[in-house]
Design a protein around this ligand. Structure first.
Ligand code: GDP
Ligand code: MN
Length: 378
């Protein structure tokens, strides 16, 4: 789950990181009022779950409340990398002397959290990593000890930060790491972290992603969720207890069990196809769940064939087949459906499926091949 800049900035501020406050507006009029209250120069910033807002015209400085109104008018409704802007943050303008990048994330290969920092802030960090990797400092953090004060200072020195500013940088680095851990984040990022003309540290941007698997520990985050920013079918899936991730291919997959779902996607790719989604209906695969799965998969107009791969262990094959037949009565499916059913009572299940005009196959490999063929023929 991603947070908006203003939400992440509040979490950072709560840990003592200096941020530049401000308030959120959803109309130009509101932006004008906030700007008048702030007095002086303000920055008007698009609140979308996407980076690159600056380049896309989603960040504008305004000297007067009228200019703030005009800036909000220009930014609200803008589309930035596929995200429509519905809210802007209006915050006091900052006088930037130097921009840095500071982030905490998980290094999956090393199985440790990592602090990433660079003296080239404000720009795309992926671009810096690609073109000037020597400008990026990385420090792995011991999961038991956390980040040491000396380690945070060492990162500051490696960036070439002036001696009298390193302590402030180290405090912010440790606070960012602590926020990342406390909130079960997968990413906590400040880009740019700036030194102002007056020589103060200030976080000018805030980005956080929370680990979905840890959300049960943070019930408060439910209120921070912005459904406008999420894929509609993924929201539906979450509400009905189905694990669903939308992908870009054209073969819809309905599978029971996460491991089997991943193996199914591999099989599709092996036969030259592309999965349209990852979908795990869970253990039971009842008629309700299968109907819900059909609805999710067919909501995607790119889907040209559906591959159902069910292994019946505790669940019986004939019950699953019954569920599929019932679900098809409830949800109109026009694309070809290929089913591989295996396990307990598979033969009875297959008989039922064949009678209802589905392509029933013996093995998972055959099913993937059939689905790819059907999609290409469509
Ligand atoms: P992003 O492009 O989505 O990462 O949005 P940011 O919040 O990082 O803003 C983009 C850029 O706008 C920053 O790198 C800064 O250079 C600039 N910027 C943001 N806020 C201010 C501000 O208050 N004053 C000035 N002068 N520039 C700002
Ligand atoms: Mn930024």
């Amino acid at each position: 789950m991603n947070l908006h800049e203003y939400q992440a900035a509040e979490l950072f501020a709560a840990q003592g990181i200096p941020t530049n406050g401000g308030a959120v507006a959803s109309t130009p009029g509101e932006a004008e009022v906030i700007a008048r209250g702030a007095g002086g120069v303000v920055v008007v910033k698009a609140q979308v779950h996407s980076g690159g807002r600056g380049k896309a015209g989603g960040v504008k400085l305004a000297r007067t409340p009228q200019e703030a109104r005009a800036a909000a008018e220009a930014i609200l409704g803008l589309e930035i990398r596929g995200h429509i802007v519905r809210k802007v943050l209006v915050a006091p303008g900052a006088d930037i002397a130097q921009e840095f990048y500071l982030g905490v994330s998980l290094d999956r290969t090393r199985r440790q959290n990592v602090v990433i920092a660079s003296g080239e802030g404000g720009v795309d960090i992926e671009e810096v990593a690609r073109e000037r990797p020597e400008r990026i400092v990385r420090a792995l953090v011991d999961p038991l000890l956390g980040i040491h004060p000396w380690q945070a200072r060492q990162i500051g020195f490696a960036l070439g930060i002036a001696f009298d500013k390193v302590a402030g940088f180290a405090t912010i680095t440790r606070a960012l790491y602590d926020t990342y851990i406390a909130e079960d984040a997968t990413l906590a990022e400040i880009n740019p972290l700036v030194l102002t003309g007056a020589g103060d540290w200030l976080a000018l941007d805030a980005k956080m992603s929370i680990d979905d698997n840890a959300l049960f520990r943070h019930p408060d985050f439910e209120a921070l969720r912005d459904l406008d920013e999420e894929v509609a079918t993924e929201v539906d899936a979450r509400q009905s207890g189905i694990s669903f991730v939308k992908l870009d291919g054209d073969i819809g997959c309905i599978v029971n069990g996460a491991g089997l779902a991943m193996a199914t996607m591999d099989a599709v790719k092996l036969h030259g196809g592309e999965p349209a989604n990852f979908l795990d209906v869970g253990g039971g695969a009842s008629a309700d769940q299968v109907a819900q799965a059909f609805a999710l998969v067919t909501a995607d107009p790119h889907v040209r064939a559906i591959l159902i791969n069910i292994f019946g262990g505790i669940t019986r094959g004939d019950v699953v087949a019954q569920g599929i037949a019932e679900a098809r009565e409830r949800v109109a499916v026009t694309v070809p459906i290929v089913v591989r059913l295996s396990g307990t009572n598979a033969a009875e299940g297959q008989k039922l499926l064949a009678a209802s005009g589905l392509i029933a196959t013996e093995s998972m490999d055959d099913a993937a091949a059939e689905a790819v063929r059907a999609a290409h023929a469509a």
